[in-house]
Every structure is written in C-alpha cells, then in structure tokens.
Design a protein around this ligand. Structure first.
Ligand SMILES: Cc1cc2nc3c(=O)[nH]c(=O)nc-3n(C[C@H](O)[C@H](O)[C@H](O)COP(=O)(O)OP(=O)(O)OC[C@H]3O[C@@H](n4cnc5c(N)ncnc54)[C@H](O)[C@@H]3O)c2cc1C
Length: 424
C-alpha cells in the first residue's frame, strides 16, 4: 500500500491504495458512486471499494430509470403538483415520516443537476407515469441517461455487469419500437450507437458516474470487499478491505459510506426478513446484505427491512460472469401479452397481469386465498420473435409454470390487485 500521498484517483490496484482516506465508500452502484462523487467534489479524498470483480452492482443491469419528481428537465413544478406527488409518496411509503418524503422531494432535483454538472451524464425525461398506478401528476418524472460515450470504459463488459438486453437503446426507444412485443429492432440506430461506442440504461448510468468520479479524483478498486469497520469513541475510524486474499487496514478520517445494495442472494436474510420471501434473485450475485451486518456491528439501529420490490423472472442456464450462480431474466412482456393470464391453483385468474408489481401477488403464494404456486397460462399459438429476453421465451406447452417473484429491496411491496378479475 501507498502512503497518503500515493496515487489516489482512477481505477487502482491494491498496491496503489493509500492507507489513509477521508471517506471510504463500500459499493459501486448508483448510491455509492453518487456519494463518492459528492464527497470528492466537496474536497474529500475518497476511495470506492467494490467487492465484485465488476463495477455497478444491480444498477448496471437495471433500466437506469431514476424517479426524480420535480427534476429540471420538465420545467417549473407548481405547488399543486408537488403536493400531488407528496400525497402519492405518502400513500406508497408505508409509514415513513413525511419529513423524509419532503427531504427526497427537495434533494432529488438537486441531485439530478449535480450529477449532470459533475459527470458526462445527460438525463432525458421519459414518457409515461411512475410504476404504481399513479395520478396524472406523477407523469414524466422518470429520468434516464441519454446515450453516452463509454470513454475509457469502451470495452465496458470488462468493467461492469452486462444486462441481458442491448445497452445501446434508451427505455423510450425500446418502448417506441415495441421490440419486446415482437416489433423489429431499430437496426440502423443500434449499429450507429455501437459504432460510436455509446451506452444507455443502467450501464450508461454506471459508466457516466464512474467517469465523473475519476475526473473528480476518486480512487476505485475492484475485488476488494469491505469486511470490517473499526470504530474509536463510537465513530468509524478505519476499515478492513479483503483483497487478493489479504486483509488491508485503512484509516478513515471523515466517514464510511455503506452502499452495498440489497440482500437477495442471502437466503437466510431473505427467509428471515421478508414478509413474503423472494424466490429467484435478479441482481448480480453480490447483494448479500453486507451493509446490514457492517452497520449493525458498528452500532447502527436498522429499520424497514421487510420491504422488497417483486417482479416475475425467468430462470436461465446462463451464469453471472465467472461465478456459478445462474442468471434470471426479468419478464418484460410475456405476462402482459394477449392470450396470457395468471391463475391460482383453483384455476382462477386473480391479478392484473399487466400491473407493475403483480409479482408481489404471485409471490405471495396465497393468490386469492389459494395456497400454492400460481401458473401462467398462454395460448400455444402465440409466440413472439425478438432479441429481448422475454422474446426468447416461446411457449412449448399450453400451460407454462413460472414461479413468481424476485426481489429488489428498498421498494414498496404493495401489490397491484387494483383490478382483480376472474376468468373461469
Ligand atoms: C433487472 C433489474 C432492473 C431494474 N430496473 C430499475 C429501474 O429501471 N429503475 C429503478 O429505480 N430501479 C431499478 N432496479 C432496482 C435498482 O437497480 C436497485 O434498486 C439499485 O440499482 C440499487 O443501487 P445501489 O447502489 O443501492 O446497489 P447496487 O447497484 O446493487 O450496488 C451495490 C454494490 O455494492 C457491492 N458490495 C456488496 N457488498 C460489498 C462489500 N462488503 N464491500 C464492497 N462492495 C460491496 C456490490 O458488489 C454492488 O456492486 C432494477 C433492478 C434489476 C435487478
């Protein structure tokens, strides 16, 4: 390790890591990278330690949609619109103090401006409303990264986790082309983006943040797991990083930021904490609850651990990078295609298949009071071509059983059974 005056910015190897930082951030998803960027812009000497061999965590395989009510790309926000969004957040926040919702509404737009000012990322406002059957006032608040040159991360598959779909189109372009419902992919556009080395979605978000962090002098190290926080007089004073099979002790003057994502790959936490345990994880195999354990060991009190966000997934035979963990692909289209319904074990339709969080109801296993696994029923004549994961799943039998449910922690777990219906 180097002294406090060693090289600090950019992606560093373990031998380049200093033994002294103002701030150490565990995790290189959106949360960790934005925190690191803020600290560095404020003048701190920062190291981001990433446990996995690739950066980005769940963020890099995500759609990269960031819900920022009041963002600056939609013009001035009236007080009435703010109150509508506040009421919407309150309804879906399961007992959170309103002060936290207000803090989110104030800080969100400032965060989006800050990220654009300090990284090459440019956001565009997406069409459509937020996910949970919202009122009109919540339309247009999703931001997504505009196509972005990958710069020094041109061979980005070597740096970040890859999503199962091409990260060269925006969410809006995918929707417009109706690719996931069998529409033709916009070939020329895809080629143009690829030839320019541009990226979008979660990959774009992570690469834009990585580039901003590097420009701000942040040090980044991969395959370095933060395993211990050392405290002095009740304050974090140092960390231990496990890298290259060795423990490395670093002093920390300012603080430690835990941005280690969720816990869906830790079966015990999933079974013990979630009201309805998720069945198949959809994120890279690194979300194992380290942040919860580290925070608890350092004396933090924990709350709101029973919430998850559920989505139907299709298990596949592909693995995550070089690990042996199998990937699951999220079901984007199939559940809402014509000639498709979900039924419970009594053969009754019990949920609006198109609703955003229908997997909560599917995962509950108690669909409409019926125990057991729900089934997706599809007309065998219907199949869709197309390059996206759901397009590859063609029905072989009239009835295809799918376990419902994957978990993305930190989201409200309310089911949308707003239009429960029966089709006996
Ligand atoms: C397929 C999919 C699509 C999604 N689409 C969207 C979307 O469009 N919009 C949206 O809002 N949400 C979406 N989500 C959810 C969203 O991706 C996550 O909520 C978000 O990315 C979490 O960000 P994070 O920074 O907290 O965690 P992560 O991005 O998971 O990052 C955590 C990082 O911490 C690292 N880590 C773990 N333990 C340690 C340790 N001890 N030391 C060092 N590093 C550690 C992990 O390796 C990981 O890189 C999606 C999720 C999935 C799986």
């Amino acid at each position: 390790m180097k002294s406090a005056h060693g090289r600090s910015g950019g992606v560093v190897a373990v031998e380049d890591v200093s033994d002294d930082y103002d701030v150490v951030v565990a995790g290189s998803g959106a949360a960790g990278l934005v925190a690191a960027l803020s600290a560095a812009v404020a003048g701190a000497r920062v190291l981001v330690a990433e446990a996995a061999p690739l950066f980005g965590g769940a963020t890099s395989v995500s759609g990269g949609q960031v819900w920022v009510p009041g963002h600056h790309h939609r013009g001035t926000v009236t007080e009435a619109a703010r109150q509508d969004v506040r009421a919407y957040c309150t309804e879906h926040s399961i007992g959170r103090p309103v002060s936290k919702i207000d803090a989110f509404l104030d800080a969100g737009p400032a965060m989006a401006r800050f990220v654009e000012e300090h990284t090459p990322l440019r956001f565009t406002a997406m069409g459509g409303p937020d996910s949970l059957t919202p009122p009109e006032a919540t339309e247009g608040w999703n931001l997504e990264p505009a196509p972005l040159g990958a710069g020094q991360f041109a061979d980005w598959q070597e740096w970040v986790w890859s999503p199962p779909y091409p990260a060269v189109l925006t969410n809006d372009e995918v929707a417009e082309s109706r690719m996931i419902f069998g529409g033709a992919p916009p070939g020329e556009l895809i080629e143009r983006r690829m030839s320019r080395g541009e990226v979008t979605l979660g990959v774009g978000l992570v690469i834009g943040l990585l580039r901003g962090c590097i420009d701000a002098g942040v040090g980044l190290i991969r395959s370095a797991r933060l395993s211990t926080i050392e405290t002095e007089n009740g304050r974090a004073a140092g960390v231990v990083l496990d890298a290259d099979g060795t423990e490395h002790r670093l002093r920390v003057r300012g603080g430690v930021i835990l941005a280690t994502g969720g816990f869906e790959h830790d079966r015990e936490l999933v079974e013990n904490l979630l009201t309805i345990p998720t069945t198949v994880p959809a994120s890279p195999p690194v979300a194992a609850g380290d942040g919860l354990r580290l925070a608890a060991q350092a004396g933090a009190s924990l709350a709101h651990l029973s919430e998850a966000w559920y989505w139907p997934v299709v298990p596949t035979d592909q693995t995550w990078g070089e690990s042996s963990t199998k990937r699951a692909e999220i079901m984007l289209a199939e559940r809402a295609l014509p000639h498709t319904i979900w039924v419970n074990t009594a053969g009754r339709r019990f949920v609006n298949e198109a609703s955003h969080n229908c997997a909560w109801a599917l995962a509950s296993g108690a669909s409409d009071g019926q125990p057991g696994e729900p089934a997706g029923v599809r007309d065998r004549r219907f199949s869709i071509p197309g390059p996206l994961p759901t397009g590859r799943c063609r029905p072989r039998r009239a009835v295809a059983r799918r376990r419902g449910g994957c978990g993305h922690p930190h989201r409200s777990g309310r089911p949308d059974q707003s239009r429960p219906c029966r089709a006996d």
